[in-house]
Design a protein around this ligand. Sequence first.
Ligand code: NAD
Length: 305
Amino acid sequence: MIRFDDQVAIVTGAGVGLGRCHALGLAARGAKVVINDLGVSTQGTSTGSDAAQSVVAEIIAMGGQAMAHGADVSDADQVADMVSKTMERFGRIDILVNNAGILLDKTFAKMTMADFRKVIDVHLIGSANCAHAVWPIMREQKYGRIVLTSSGSGLYGNFGQSNYGAAKAAMMGLMNVLHIEGARDDIRVNTLAPTAATRMTEELLPPEALEVLKPETITPGLLYLVSKDAPSKTILSAGAGTFAQTRVYETQGVLIDGDITPEAIAAHWEQITDPTNQEEMQDAFSQTRKYAKRAAEARNINLDW
Ligand code: NAD
């Protein structure tokens, strides 16, 4: 049984939608939960919502412990205040679920750079702010579980979402590095790529799809990603009860020995893109080693790296 007794979790954007569902799921399994929410509309404008307080009330009614905090995740000072209030109240932070998000969709031709930056600020800088604020605490505890929230729009692309797609793809890059740096202190970092019926998607999807894409079908995946036995550096894609791992592979590729010209690239395109024996790279230098070794071998240079 996966339980979170004596553990403390912060869930950002937990007033409604997926975040609320994750927070309730964590509380139902024993976690003390900080319900962070700025209470804004899907476009990030203020609505003065008290949704965070009502999630706290739901958790207390279940017999759990929770507190609300209205930090704007894109503001590092407000995030620092949230983390210090969490420490004052609960004394530790085991789990961070970076879930808060907004949309400012427009074709790239019509998008202002202010709207591009705003979405990056909430999703990428917001996630980095929260991870950065809990990082020393998790290192000290020698335990931490962090989840970043990505999206098919970032992993695969979606019309009208250059800002959101870029921000969501950046989650993978942040995860890859935090995974490596956190490993020695048992800080595991994963990414959830959900697709769910929430206010964010209710006008974009057919009613029959909304019916099956309930947030409750996603949360068990999140709970596994923040559990004691969680994997690390995993992108878990989830929707309507289907769970899949999204991976980045590199093809074996080909060494062009001799004249490295654009024409040679064109001539080798089939081999360069051939997926046979494609593999995941452990880190950036695994790739550099692969290339350097292959070139050295072809020239009879002994490269012991
Ligand atoms: P939602 O709009 O229902 O909830 C988002 C919450 O984040 C809101 O409560 C909002 O007030 C809060 N928030 C927004 N900006 C904030 C900020 N700066 N600081 C603190 N809180 C802030 O959205 P959702 O559908 O539940 O999405 C949750 C996450 O999942 C988002 O990161 C979203 O991009 C991602 N996602 C959702 C889907 C989907 O199908 N719903 C798909 C892919 C990814």
